[in-house]
Write a protein that binds this ligand. Structure first.
Ligand SMILES: [Fe+2]
Length: 299
């Protein structure tokens, strides 16, 4: 079955674009691309025109997850599949596609109202070598694994599973962990390529996004970023540690928009048989402020 091939790009609405520019250049190390469009910046992590779009609209949340399909045939097939499944979507105009630097685009929402943009044909600026905004020991890991992974809001793990399975992803519950009231909390992970997971669902959140993970290929960049974050005003929210499912060595810190970025390395490829874990391999201690809900959004 054809389906989504990667999380190609992500759009975020922000309150303070200048603050985000500093955050992205000092901490994330992504390349900043300013094309003079009012209220908009692009972040690059490889040769694509962008992997992240920041727009100053005050939402401080995910405003679009760009999910890629392989080409025009798969794009048409995906629209037919959505129609059969009774999922509403809007065919994007050529102006919208040009705005996102893709060949074709449709917009829709998942069952929990997360904004999705299914596209094919991203603009790849092969002439323009990736240039991080500050020194890095290595590079970001994208390739066929896409920009990274996200935990998104859900309104039921079964609904999320059925929806993303319909889009062509595989996965299942990989964590059963104790919740704050002694209940068992489950976390669902879905993959569509070699990356262990592209979207995941579980923690309660008032925002569409809980966190965006971006991967680096050198552990020194995890420690360098950790040191820079500790010296910044942005709190580390989950300390250094290793996940049991994707083996990612990582930590989490707050963004200016009060959702989290996870910087990690050494993730293993997606497994093809299901299994689950009751805790991480080591570390990943939550900060006292974070609480056991894995959400920094307390409002
Ligand atoms: Fe993650």
């Amino acid at each position: 079955m054809t389906g989504i091939t990667e999380l190609g790009y992500v759009r975020f609405g922000v309150s303070d674009l200048a603050q985000w520019r500093d955050f992205a250049s000092d901490l994330l190390a992504t390349e900043i691309v300013d094309e003079g469009e009012a209220g908009r910046l692009y972040l690059r992590t490889d040769s694509w025109h962008h992997r992240i779009i920041l727009e100053e609209d005050g939402t401080d949340d995910l405003t679009g997850a760009g999910l890629r399909v392989a080409g025009a045939e798969e794009f048409a097939e995906m629209q037919a599949r959505l129609k059969t499944a009774g999922v509403a979507f809007e065919k994007g105009s050529q102006e919208l596609a040009a705005d996102r630097r893709v060949l074709d685009i449709i917009t829709l929402q998942d069952p929990a109202g997360n904004a999705l943009e299914i596209f094919h044909g991203p603009q790849v600026d092969a002439y323009k070598p990736f240039h991080p905004s500050r020194g890095m020991f290595g590079r970001f890991v994208t390739g066929d694994g896409g920009v990274g992974h996200m935990i998104l809001r859900n309104n039921g793990l079964d609904r999320a599973y059925e929806f993303y399975k319909m889009l062509g992803m595989r996965g299942g519950v990989e964590y059963k962990v104790p919740g704050p009231q002694g209940e068992t909390r489950e976390v669902l992970f879905m993959h569509c390529n070699s990356r262990d997971h592209t979207v995941a669902f579980g923690p309660p959140s008032n925002k569409s996004i809980n966190h965006l993970m971006i991967e680096v290929d050198n552990v020194d960049d995890v420690y360098l970023t950790h040191e820079r974050v500790q010296a910044s005003k942005y709190p580390v929210m989950i300390g250094l540690g290793k996940h049991a499912n994707d083996h990612m060595f990582s930590f989490y810190f707050a963004t200016p928009s009060q959702w989290l970025v996870e910087i990690g390395t050494a993730g293993r490829p997606a497994t093809h048989q299901s299994e689950y874990y009751t805790r991480d391999t080591y570390g990943h201690v939550f900060s006292a402020d974070l609480g056991p809900g894995m959400s920094i959004d307390k409002t």
